[in-house]
Write a protein that binds this ligand. Structure first.
Ligand code: NDP
Length: 348
């Protein structure tokens, strides 16, 4: 394990966070460190691991380390994380492919999603008897059924995707999330491990990009829309908001993961993490209000709102009751996302 500094003074426990180079994971790591946990994260390369640790604040750095784990689709990929002497209390599994460059849906999406999820659960059972709880980042993609929308979505809803749907590049991601979450719950049912499971079903996520981003081309998929607007790429054609229509801020998603660890009653539950509806027009209006200097690159003021007349509702009551979440507004989320992109100073 590569520890940039010697992690000392663990307080509330030690958490393994997979996929630390990712957008959502970067905020989960910060939230855990800010709340007294020590974190070991996984990265696909030494360089990525270093970037994660070096971009953390000096105060946080001594509680953060990384371990290099290659492709999570490989058999026993996570074993080495649990056999190097660190005693883990919790595991947060966020690593899973989320990009638009689908070449081979099975290899690119299905295998890492399912084998990564069942693989880490198996490794914990085999090598980490101290782990009390596992939190998995699923998605609203595992809940939403665009073929026949629910009137109001909540945690009882499941998407209809099967192995057949994975072959369709447009459905590879949503099917990978649905099937990997199902595989996790099936594992809990059949293996009855000593730890319990919490699943976070977050919707389309905006919010400050991670500090360790090497370039704007490496930006996470769900923030592309905002980057592209700032770059003038959506002046004429805006990428469709169908079938998601809802957003959440990444800091609320990170908070949900923290609470999924700290709230005992969360165990055995999935949580729909959704802030509100959004549309391209509403995003553009938010950018225009806070950053008028981008006016020339934005779609015209008088474009109609692309939010349809009738859209499904959402019920995020369970996350508010059990996890005590309060949701960030679209305007703040967009403003802070834009500012984080400007702060990177990577050019636009
Ligand atoms: P990112 O692309 O920013 O992060 C994905 C992470 O997974 C990266 O660390 C990536 O590593 C790692 N990863 C992907 N494939 C593999 C693999 N085969 N082997 C090892 N590591 C791999 O995405 P997000 O932060 O947006 O997403 C994180 C999680 O949240 C995912 O599970 C995603 O499905 C889920 N989610 C995201 C939403 C969103 O709108 N952003 C909404 C709902 C759920 P590397 O950097 O090396 O590629």
């Amino acid at each position: 394990m590569k520890e940039m500094n010697n992690p000392t003074g663990s307080t509330k426990g030690v958490v393994l966070v997979t996929g630390g180079s990712g957008f959502i994971a970067s905020h989960i790591i910060d939230e855990l460190l800010d709340n007294g946990f020590r974190v070991v994260t996984t990265a696909r390369s030494d360089e990525k691991g270093r970037r994660i640790v070096e971009s953390a604040s000096p105060f946080q750095r001594n509680k953060l380390s990384y371990i290099v784990i290659g492709d999570i689709a490989k058999e026993n990929a996570f074993d080495s994380a649990f056999t190097q002497g660190t005693i883990f209390d919790y595991v947060v599994h966020t690593a899973s492919p989320y990009h638009l460059n689908v070449q081979d849906p099975i290899k690119d999406f299905l295998n890492p999603a399912i084998k990564g999820t069942t693989g880490i659960l198996k490794s914990i059972v085999a090598h980490a008897p101290t782990v009390k709880r596992v939190v998995i980042t699923s998605s609203s993609a595992a809940m939403i059924n665009p073929l026949n929308h629910a009137k109001v979505y909540d945690e009882t809803c499941w998407a209809p995707w099967t192995l057949e749907h994975v072959k369709d590049p447009n459905r590879a991601y949503v099917a990978s999330k649905t099937l990997s979450e199902k595989a996790a719950w099936a594992f809990m049912e059949t293996e009855r491990p000593k730890f319990d499971l919490v699943v976070i079903n977050c919707t389309y996520t905006f919010g400050p990009v991670q500090r360790n981003l090497p370039s704007l081309d490496h930006m996470n998929t769900s923030n592309h829309r905002i980057r592209d607007m700032l770059q003038g790429k959506m002046k004429k054609d805006m990428s469709s908001i169908t079938p998601v229509f809802t957003f959440v801020d990444v800091r609320d998603v990170a908070r949900a993961h923290l609470k999924a660890i700290t709230v005992p009653e969360a165990g055995g539950n999935r949580f729909y993490i959704v802030g509100n509806h959004f549309s391209n027009k509403r995003i553009v209006d938010s950018i225009r209000k806070s950053y008028p200097e981008f006016e020339a690159r934005l779609p015209p003021r008088d474009i109609p709102d692309d939010f349809p007349d009738e859209v499904f509702g959402f019920d995020n009551g369970k996350s508010k009751r059990v996890l005590e979440l309060e949701y960030t507004s679209l305007e703040k989320s967009i403003r802070d996302t834009v500012q984080s992109i400007l702060d990177l100073n990577l050019g636009l």
